[in-house]
Design a protein around this ligand. Structure first.
Ligand code: HEC
Length: 255
């Protein structure tokens, strides 16, 4: 019995380490890979706002076009911004890692697998958590990724915000003693200058961008999803024949 209990405990260890995660409180985000409009908007934002610095080199423009149903001309006119890049090329960028390491301190990582490495919730929260901090090289900091080396690239859409709470306290779940309500970390962000989008529109834009990054991190999900019902149907049919075969084998044994 002791051995079984020990085995059970060891099996549960990975679950415990998962719970440790990022200290910051992340906002909920559930991706929808069948919302084409959102994915199209996400692709547009990604190319225009992220690919100045980040590549997604495990993904090709042509694959994005096929999976998301975007015509080749639209990709070529709107998403391929460099004349050196062709429709079948990977989503690479011109900036070299060596140059960007000098400019930013840390080179911007490739974003192909980022949504799986971190999580959709992390990216969604990270992109919405920049706040003004004059002590930092880019004049901004981030409550989800303290001392981040990335500038607030979506500032023209979101506007700028200052942080009204202690950044270290944001992750912790705090309860307002008067109202008895759990404090929402979003209440700590106070608008300083407005952006071109309202807060709700901005959240939607970041949702779309994150949704696109979730797609890029696992483009084969569409094939897997369309294959799944076929595999299940096959298993049901196979079960029927396997059952008949079993009956056939055991007929002689029983008699
Ligand atoms: C001006 C260059 C620049 C642009 C444009 C840019 N980033 Fe970054 N990004 C960086 C740098 C530099 C880092 C590395 C920061 C660090 O490790 O301190 C980074 C890091 C990241 C990370 C990793 C965070 C982590 O926890 O490791 C994510 C996710 C990310 N960027 C997403 C984006 C998205 C999405 C966009 C487009 C909206 C974008 N970035 C646009 C420079 C940029």
């Amino acid at each position: 019995m002791k051995k079984q209990l020990l085995a059970l405990f060891i099996a549960l260890v990975p679950a415990l380490s998962m719970a440790a995660g990022s200290p910051a409180k992340l906002d909920a985000m559930s991706p929808d890979l069948y919302n084409t409009e959102s994915l199209h908007n996400g692709a547009r934002l990604f190319v225009n706002y992220c690919m100045g610095c980040h590549s997604a080199e495990h993904q090709r423009f042509a694959r994005t076009a096929e999976d998301l149903g975007i015509p080749q001309e639209v990709i070529e006119e709107n998403l391929i911004l460099s004349p050196q890049t062709a429709y079948n090329d990977q989503m690479r960028i011109a900036m070299t890692k060596a140059d960007s390491a000098v400019w930013f301190g840390t080179p911007p990582p490739d974003l192909s697998l980022m949504a799986r490495l971190k999580s959709p919730e992390y990216i969604y929260s990270f992109l919405r958590s920049f706040y003004l901090d004059s002590g930092k090289p880019w004049g901004v900091n981030n409550s989800v990724f303290p001392d981040v080396g990335m500038p607030h690239v979506l500032a023209d859409l979101q506007g700028t915000y200052s942080l009204a709470c202690d950044p270290n306290a944001i992750g912790a779940e705090t309860i307002d003693p008067l109202k008895g309500k759990v404090a929402n970390p979003r209440d700590c962000f106070k608008e300083v200058t407005p952006g071109s989008l309202s807060p709700t529109e901005f959240d939607k834009a970041v949702y779309d961008l994150t949704n696109f990054m979730v797609y890029v991190a696992e483009p084969s999900k569409y094939q897997a999803n369309s294959l799944a019902p076929k595999v299940l149907i096959f298993i049901v049919i196979f079960f029927f024949f396997a059952y008949l075969l079993k009956k056939e084998y055991w007929r002689d044994v029983k008699h």
